[in-house]
Write a protein that binds this ligand. Sequence first.
Ligand SMILES: C[S@@+](CC[C@H](N)C(=O)[O-])C[C@H]1O[C@@H](n2cnc3c(N)ncnc32)[C@H](O)[C@@H]1O
Length: 291
Amino acid sequence: MSAQSKPGCQVFVGDSLHVLPAIAAETIQCCVTSPPYWGLRDYDHEAQIGAEASPDLYVQNLVAIFREVRRVLRNDGTLWLNVGDGYARNGGTGMHGPNAVVGNTRKMIQKRNCKVPEVWGLKDRDLMGLPWRVAFALQTDGWILRSRITWVKKTAMPESVKNRPTNATEDVFLFAKSIGYYYDATAVREPTGANLRNCWVLGPDPSNYGHPAAFPRELARRCIALGSRPGDTVLDPFGGSGTTGVAANEIGRDAVLIEINPEYAQMTKSEHSRNGKKPRIKAANTRVLFE
Ligand SMILES: C[S@@+](CC[C@H](N)C(=O)[O-])C[C@H]1O[C@@H](n2cnc3c(N)ncnc32)[C@H](O)[C@@H]1O
């Protein structure tokens, strides 16, 4: 992008594992993303991440995708990864309790809960610790783990549990490709002017335009502002409704999104339209280009 031109957003419709190899090495400054959580939602595609038979396969698949992300990042690039946890469960598929039928969670959550996975010594009702398992696997694969940010949700999802506290936080990990990575500590500060802390209290956006798992635009904006300069390119390999793309464009960065489900890719288009852009579909179901 030249200093004068408007930032753009390209959306590739496809499986990240296959689309990422088509992106040139060292062309992306910063990746801000949230993959599907294991066994939670059905994104209606056979190659979707999160539908693996066991959580260790899920971790392996994420490592493979983020290895490609590392290749396309510049040497001073960063990865900001929001990933959620889940409980190992045995049985239970009713209309109430932890397996209640909610939105599009039915198929996946019930499949996950039919039997405790035979990995990591998991027992019935164990919290699987997936965010850290993913983080450790990425660390082993070559990423430098620099921070764990706790996202405190202003509006937490109600849970009917009586034997543990309700979950109201998620993790966002900051990984670097190399130790000389770009980080603009002046881009986001505490209200006092102090260096930003690793605890972000954020509410949901007023509308996520129908995506069941959109993250707040402010979360994406902070990661992008800290991890890139105006004119840089930001990547989200699990684009969803395009929150990362909208946030990137708002602060003068180009965006490249990959989304496996064409319906969600269309939501990206709608988000950009609401944002005053004129989206143009270049080739339906292969590549949607917003200019
Ligand atoms: C948690 S959502 C991301 C939501 C997004 N951050 C937003 O704010 O809208 C994860 C997305 O990844 C997509 N997805 C799942 N497997 C994928 C794959 N292999 N390649 C690309 N996208 C995938 C799903 O369809 C889903 O929209």
